[in-house]
Design a protein around this ligand. Structure first.
Ligand code: MTE
Ligand code: MO
Length: 317
Protein backbone atom coordinates (compact mmCIF):
# COMPACT_ATOMS: atom_id res chain seq x y z
CA UNK A 1 0.00 0.00 0.00
CA UNK A 2 1.39 3.40 -0.87
CA UNK A 3 1.29 6.07 1.76
CA UNK A 4 2.49 9.04 -0.20
CA UNK A 5 2.05 11.53 2.58
CA UNK A 6 2.55 9.37 5.57
CA UNK A 7 4.85 10.70 8.25
CA UNK A 8 3.62 8.79 11.28
CA UNK A 9 4.10 5.09 12.02
CA UNK A 10 1.53 2.74 10.48
CA UNK A 11 -0.98 1.51 13.03
CA UNK A 12 -2.85 -1.75 12.70
CA UNK A 13 -6.03 0.29 13.07
CA UNK A 14 -5.60 1.56 9.53
CA UNK A 15 -7.11 -1.63 8.22
CA UNK A 16 -10.69 -0.87 7.30
CA UNK A 17 -13.04 -2.90 9.46
CA UNK A 18 -15.02 -5.52 7.57
CA UNK A 19 -18.37 -3.95 8.29
CA UNK A 20 -17.25 -0.78 6.54
CA UNK A 21 -16.19 -2.74 3.47
CA UNK A 22 -19.42 -4.69 3.37
CA UNK A 23 -21.61 -1.66 3.81
CA UNK A 24 -19.81 0.15 1.00
CA UNK A 25 -21.72 -1.91 -1.58
CA UNK A 26 -25.01 -0.70 -0.16
CA UNK A 27 -23.69 2.82 -0.04
CA UNK A 28 -22.61 2.78 -3.66
CA UNK A 29 -25.90 1.21 -4.69
CA UNK A 30 -27.95 3.79 -2.87
CA UNK A 31 -25.90 6.82 -3.71
CA UNK A 32 -25.05 8.30 -7.08
CA UNK A 33 -21.51 9.07 -6.05
CA UNK A 34 -19.71 11.39 -8.42
CA UNK A 35 -16.33 9.95 -7.70
CA UNK A 36 -13.24 11.78 -8.92
CA UNK A 37 -10.59 9.49 -10.32
CA UNK A 38 -7.92 11.24 -8.29
CA UNK A 39 -9.66 10.65 -5.01
CA UNK A 40 -9.99 6.91 -5.34
CA UNK A 41 -6.43 6.16 -6.33
CA UNK A 42 -6.05 2.42 -6.72
CA UNK A 43 -4.45 0.73 -3.77
CA UNK A 44 -2.41 -2.39 -4.30
CA UNK A 45 -3.19 -5.18 -1.84
CA UNK A 46 -0.71 -5.31 0.99
CA UNK A 47 0.58 -8.03 3.22
CA UNK A 48 -1.03 -7.69 6.65
CA UNK A 49 -1.69 -9.83 9.67
CA UNK A 50 -5.40 -9.32 9.12
CA UNK A 51 -7.56 -12.05 7.61
CA UNK A 52 -8.10 -11.88 3.84
CA UNK A 53 -11.54 -10.42 4.33
CA UNK A 54 -10.05 -7.21 5.71
CA UNK A 55 -9.71 -4.51 3.13
CA UNK A 56 -6.76 -2.13 3.12
CA UNK A 57 -7.55 1.46 4.01
CA UNK A 58 -8.22 3.56 0.93
CA UNK A 59 -5.43 5.89 -0.14
CA UNK A 60 -5.55 9.06 -2.14
CA UNK A 61 -3.23 11.51 -3.85
CA UNK A 62 -5.91 14.21 -3.98
CA UNK A 63 -5.17 17.72 -2.72
CA UNK A 64 -7.29 20.63 -1.64
CA UNK A 65 -7.49 23.75 -3.83
CA UNK A 66 -4.41 25.14 -2.06
CA UNK A 67 -2.39 22.12 -3.16
CA UNK A 68 -2.21 20.45 0.24
CA UNK A 69 -2.65 16.68 0.29
CA UNK A 70 -5.62 15.06 1.96
CA UNK A 71 -4.86 13.40 5.27
CA UNK A 72 -4.62 9.64 5.35
CA UNK A 73 -7.76 7.61 5.92
CA UNK A 74 -6.25 6.21 9.11
CA UNK A 75 -5.52 9.68 10.52
CA UNK A 76 -8.99 10.95 9.66
CA UNK A 77 -10.68 7.93 11.22
CA UNK A 78 -8.46 7.49 14.29
CA UNK A 79 -8.02 11.02 15.64
CA UNK A 80 -11.50 12.27 16.40
CA UNK A 81 -13.33 14.68 18.62
CA UNK A 82 -16.63 13.04 19.50
CA UNK A 83 -17.42 13.56 23.15
CA UNK A 84 -20.44 11.27 23.03
CA UNK A 85 -17.91 8.43 22.87
CA UNK A 86 -14.84 9.78 24.63
CA UNK A 87 -12.90 12.94 25.34
CA UNK A 88 -9.77 11.04 24.25
CA UNK A 89 -9.38 11.50 20.50
CA UNK A 90 -7.58 8.20 20.13
CA UNK A 91 -10.27 6.22 21.96
CA UNK A 92 -13.23 7.38 19.88
CA UNK A 93 -12.78 5.07 16.89
CA UNK A 94 -12.73 1.92 19.03
CA UNK A 95 -15.68 2.95 21.18
CA UNK A 96 -17.74 3.96 18.15
CA UNK A 97 -17.29 0.62 16.36
CA UNK A 98 -20.64 -1.03 15.85
CA UNK A 99 -22.62 2.15 16.53
CA UNK A 100 -26.03 1.64 14.89
CA UNK A 101 -26.40 3.78 11.76
CA UNK A 102 -29.46 2.03 10.26
CA UNK A 103 -32.33 2.67 10.43
CA UNK A 104 -31.75 6.43 10.72
CA UNK A 105 -34.13 9.30 10.20
CA UNK A 106 -33.67 13.04 10.16
CA UNK A 107 -36.53 15.30 11.09
CA UNK A 108 -36.52 18.70 9.38
CA UNK A 109 -39.07 21.09 10.81
CA UNK A 110 -39.75 24.26 12.73
CA UNK A 111 -40.37 27.39 10.67
CA UNK A 112 -40.80 25.65 7.32
CA UNK A 113 -43.62 25.30 4.83
CA UNK A 114 -43.30 21.55 4.51
CA UNK A 115 -41.88 19.73 7.56
CA UNK A 116 -40.43 16.39 6.51
CA UNK A 117 -38.77 13.34 7.99
CA UNK A 118 -36.21 11.67 5.76
CA UNK A 119 -34.78 8.18 5.98
CA UNK A 120 -31.03 8.27 5.43
CA UNK A 121 -31.18 5.99 2.38
CA UNK A 122 -33.86 8.18 0.82
CA UNK A 123 -31.55 11.18 1.28
CA UNK A 124 -28.69 9.31 -0.39
CA UNK A 125 -30.93 8.57 -3.37
CA UNK A 126 -32.67 11.90 -3.55
CA UNK A 127 -29.61 14.16 -3.50
CA UNK A 128 -26.74 13.48 -5.91
CA UNK A 129 -23.67 12.85 -3.78
CA UNK A 130 -20.67 14.98 -4.66
CA UNK A 131 -17.12 15.23 -3.37
CA UNK A 132 -15.74 18.12 -1.36
CA UNK A 133 -12.16 18.27 -0.16
CA UNK A 134 -12.27 20.54 2.87
CA UNK A 135 -9.82 21.68 5.50
CA UNK A 136 -11.01 21.03 9.05
CA UNK A 137 -9.54 23.36 11.68
CA UNK A 138 -10.26 22.32 15.23
CA UNK A 139 -10.49 25.08 17.83
CA UNK A 140 -7.73 23.13 19.64
CA UNK A 141 -5.32 24.27 16.87
CA UNK A 142 -4.85 21.08 14.88
CA UNK A 143 -6.14 20.55 11.36
CA UNK A 144 -6.69 18.01 8.60
CA UNK A 145 -7.70 17.93 4.96
CA UNK A 146 -10.66 15.59 4.47
CA UNK A 147 -12.28 14.32 1.26
CA UNK A 148 -16.00 14.13 2.02
CA UNK A 149 -18.92 12.96 -0.07
CA UNK A 150 -22.37 14.35 0.49
CA UNK A 151 -24.65 17.17 -0.58
CA UNK A 152 -25.30 20.77 0.33
CA UNK A 153 -27.46 21.66 3.31
CA UNK A 154 -29.08 24.27 1.04
CA UNK A 155 -30.48 21.56 -1.23
CA UNK A 156 -32.18 19.92 1.75
CA UNK A 157 -33.49 23.19 3.18
CA UNK A 158 -34.99 24.12 -0.18
CA UNK A 159 -37.09 20.95 -0.01
CA UNK A 160 -38.80 22.02 3.21
CA UNK A 161 -38.97 25.74 2.39
CA UNK A 162 -37.98 27.95 5.33
CA UNK A 163 -40.67 30.56 6.10
CA UNK A 164 -39.83 34.27 6.21
CA UNK A 165 -39.61 34.06 10.04
CA UNK A 166 -36.80 31.50 9.88
CA UNK A 167 -33.49 33.19 10.68
CA UNK A 168 -31.36 30.39 12.15
CA UNK A 169 -30.94 26.65 11.83
CA UNK A 170 -30.54 24.40 14.83
CA UNK A 171 -29.01 20.91 14.62
CA UNK A 172 -29.19 18.06 17.07
CA UNK A 173 -27.10 14.90 17.42
CA UNK A 174 -28.73 11.58 18.30
CA UNK A 175 -29.20 10.90 22.02
CA UNK A 176 -28.43 7.27 22.67
CA UNK A 177 -26.53 6.83 25.94
CA UNK A 178 -26.74 3.03 25.74
CA UNK A 179 -24.48 3.20 22.67
CA UNK A 180 -22.62 6.42 23.45
CA UNK A 181 -20.83 6.08 26.79
CA UNK A 182 -19.88 9.76 26.92
CA UNK A 183 -23.56 10.71 27.07
CA UNK A 184 -23.68 9.18 30.54
CA UNK A 185 -21.57 12.09 31.75
CA UNK A 186 -23.80 14.67 33.35
CA UNK A 187 -21.21 17.39 32.81
CA UNK A 188 -22.40 17.99 29.24
CA UNK A 189 -25.90 19.17 28.30
CA UNK A 190 -26.71 16.33 25.87
CA UNK A 191 -27.74 16.02 23.15
CA UNK A 192 -25.03 17.96 21.31
CA UNK A 193 -26.57 20.95 19.60
CA UNK A 194 -25.21 23.40 17.09
CA UNK A 195 -26.54 26.21 14.99
CA UNK A 196 -25.96 28.47 12.02
CA UNK A 197 -27.49 31.67 10.79
CA UNK A 198 -29.80 30.89 7.87
CA UNK A 199 -27.55 32.58 5.29
CA UNK A 200 -24.58 30.56 6.56
CA UNK A 201 -26.64 27.40 6.36
CA UNK A 202 -27.70 28.21 2.79
CA UNK A 203 -24.12 28.91 1.67
CA UNK A 204 -22.89 26.51 -0.98
CA UNK A 205 -19.89 25.48 1.15
CA UNK A 206 -22.11 24.21 3.97
CA UNK A 207 -22.28 20.49 3.51
CA UNK A 208 -24.00 17.39 4.81
CA UNK A 209 -21.37 14.67 4.67
CA UNK A 210 -22.47 11.07 4.21
CA UNK A 211 -19.16 9.61 3.08
CA UNK A 212 -15.43 9.85 3.48
CA UNK A 213 -12.71 8.81 0.97
CA UNK A 214 -15.48 7.53 -1.31
CA UNK A 215 -16.66 5.11 1.40
CA UNK A 216 -19.73 5.47 3.59
CA UNK A 217 -18.97 7.63 6.59
CA UNK A 218 -17.82 5.76 9.69
CA UNK A 219 -19.26 6.28 13.19
CA UNK A 220 -16.27 8.16 14.58
CA UNK A 221 -16.61 10.79 11.83
CA UNK A 222 -20.33 11.27 12.38
CA UNK A 223 -22.04 8.51 10.41
CA UNK A 224 -24.45 8.29 8.87
CA UNK A 225 -24.73 12.04 8.28
CA UNK A 226 -23.04 15.11 9.77
CA UNK A 227 -22.71 18.80 9.07
CA UNK A 228 -19.43 20.25 7.69
CA UNK A 229 -18.87 24.02 7.82
CA UNK A 230 -15.27 24.41 6.67
CA UNK A 231 -14.69 28.08 7.53
CA UNK A 232 -15.65 27.63 11.19
CA UNK A 233 -13.91 25.84 14.04
CA UNK A 234 -14.54 22.12 13.91
CA UNK A 235 -17.02 21.97 16.79
CA UNK A 236 -19.59 23.71 14.58
CA UNK A 237 -19.53 20.64 12.30
CA UNK A 238 -21.98 18.57 14.31
CA UNK A 239 -21.99 14.80 13.89
CA UNK A 240 -24.69 12.13 13.53
CA UNK A 241 -27.64 14.49 13.28
CA UNK A 242 -31.26 13.44 13.75
CA UNK A 243 -32.93 16.83 13.81
CA UNK A 244 -32.74 20.09 11.87
CA UNK A 245 -34.97 22.88 13.05
CA UNK A 246 -35.55 26.30 11.49
CA UNK A 247 -35.94 28.89 14.25
CA UNK A 248 -36.30 32.65 14.66
CA UNK A 249 -33.63 33.28 17.31
CA UNK A 250 -30.00 32.29 17.80
CA UNK A 251 -30.07 28.69 19.06
CA UNK A 252 -28.17 27.51 22.08
CA UNK A 253 -25.14 25.33 21.34
CA UNK A 254 -23.47 22.76 23.57
CA UNK A 255 -20.06 24.42 23.72
CA UNK A 256 -21.45 27.91 24.07
CA UNK A 257 -23.65 26.74 26.94
CA UNK A 258 -20.63 25.32 28.80
CA UNK A 259 -18.09 28.09 28.13
CA UNK A 260 -19.56 31.12 26.33
CA UNK A 261 -16.32 33.12 26.56
CA UNK A 262 -14.37 30.32 24.86
CA UNK A 263 -16.80 29.08 22.20
CA UNK A 264 -18.95 31.69 20.51
CA UNK A 265 -21.92 31.12 18.27
CA UNK A 266 -20.05 32.27 15.16
CA UNK A 267 -16.64 30.72 15.76
CA UNK A 268 -15.27 31.60 12.35
CA UNK A 269 -11.63 30.54 12.07
CA UNK A 270 -9.66 33.68 12.88
CA UNK A 271 -5.89 33.67 13.46
CA UNK A 272 -6.09 37.16 14.97
CA UNK A 273 -8.40 36.32 17.83
CA UNK A 274 -6.83 33.97 20.34
CA UNK A 275 -8.74 31.47 22.37
CA UNK A 276 -8.65 32.66 26.01
CA UNK A 277 -6.27 29.80 26.79
CA UNK A 278 -4.13 29.53 23.62
CA UNK A 279 -3.10 31.24 20.40
CA UNK A 280 -5.04 30.62 17.20
CA UNK A 281 -2.31 32.12 14.98
CA UNK A 282 -0.90 28.75 13.92
CA UNK A 283 -2.00 25.14 13.73
CA UNK A 284 -0.59 21.65 13.56
CA UNK A 285 -1.64 19.82 10.42
CA UNK A 286 -1.95 16.20 11.47
CA UNK A 287 0.90 14.29 9.79
CA UNK A 288 3.23 17.31 9.66
CA UNK A 289 5.98 18.40 12.03
CA UNK A 290 6.11 22.16 11.63
CA UNK A 291 3.19 24.35 12.54
CA UNK A 292 1.55 26.33 9.76
CA UNK A 293 -0.09 29.72 9.88
CA UNK A 294 -3.84 29.61 10.33
CA UNK A 295 -5.75 31.27 7.48
CA UNK A 296 -8.64 33.68 8.07
CA UNK A 297 -11.90 31.79 7.59
CA UNK A 298 -9.69 28.69 7.28
CA UNK A 299 -8.81 29.79 3.74
CA UNK A 300 -12.42 30.25 2.56
CA UNK A 301 -12.56 34.02 3.03
CA UNK A 302 -13.16 34.79 -0.63
CA UNK A 303 -16.36 32.75 -0.52
CA UNK A 304 -17.68 33.65 2.93
CA UNK A 305 -16.24 36.93 4.25
CA UNK A 306 -19.14 38.93 2.77
CA UNK A 307 -21.56 37.07 5.05
CA UNK A 308 -20.09 39.12 7.89
CA UNK A 309 -19.94 42.56 6.30
CA UNK A 310 -20.43 45.17 9.00
CA UNK A 311 -19.79 42.74 11.87
CA UNK A 312 -16.78 43.21 14.12
CA UNK A 313 -15.44 39.67 14.03
CA UNK A 314 -12.86 40.39 16.72
CA UNK A 315 -15.62 40.43 19.32
CA UNK A 316 -17.36 37.30 18.04
CA UNK A 317 -15.12 34.45 19.03
N1 MTE B 1 -22.00 15.40 18.07
C1 MTE B 1 -20.73 15.85 18.06
N2 MTE B 1 -20.27 16.50 16.98
C2 MTE B 1 -19.00 16.96 16.95
C3 MTE B 1 -18.15 16.80 18.07
C4 MTE B 1 -18.66 16.12 19.21
O1 MTE B 1 -17.97 15.92 20.24
N3 MTE B 1 -19.95 15.65 19.16
N4 MTE B 1 -16.87 17.31 18.03
C5 MTE B 1 -16.62 18.43 17.10
C6 MTE B 1 -15.21 18.79 16.97
S1 MTE B 1 -14.53 19.62 18.29
C7 MTE B 1 -14.49 18.57 15.84
S2 MTE B 1 -12.92 19.17 15.67
C8 MTE B 1 -15.06 17.76 14.73
C9 MTE B 1 -14.14 16.60 14.41
O2 MTE B 1 -14.59 15.91 13.27
P1 MTE B 1 -13.81 14.62 12.75
O3 MTE B 1 -13.60 13.69 13.92
O4 MTE B 1 -14.68 14.02 11.69
O5 MTE B 1 -12.49 15.09 12.21
O6 MTE B 1 -16.36 17.24 15.03
C10 MTE B 1 -17.21 18.13 15.72
N5 MTE B 1 -18.55 17.57 15.82
MO1 MO C 1 -12.69 20.63 17.43
Amino acid sequence: MTHLYKSVPIRSSEITPKHVYLSRRDFMKAATVATGAALLAACAPSVTEEPQSAKPAPTSTATDELGDPVNTYEDITNYNNYYEFSTDKQQVAGLAQGFTVRPWTIEVGGLVNKPMTFGIDDLLKKFPQEERIYRLRCVEAWSMVIPWTGFTLASLLKEVGPTSDAKYVRFETVYRPEEMPGQKSEFYPWPYQEGLRLDEAMHDLTFLATGLYGEPNVPQNGAPIRVVVPWKYGFKSIKSIVKIELVSGEPSTLWNAIAPNEYGFYSNVNPEVDHPRWSQATERRIGEFDRRPTLPFNGYGEQVASLYDGMDLSVYY
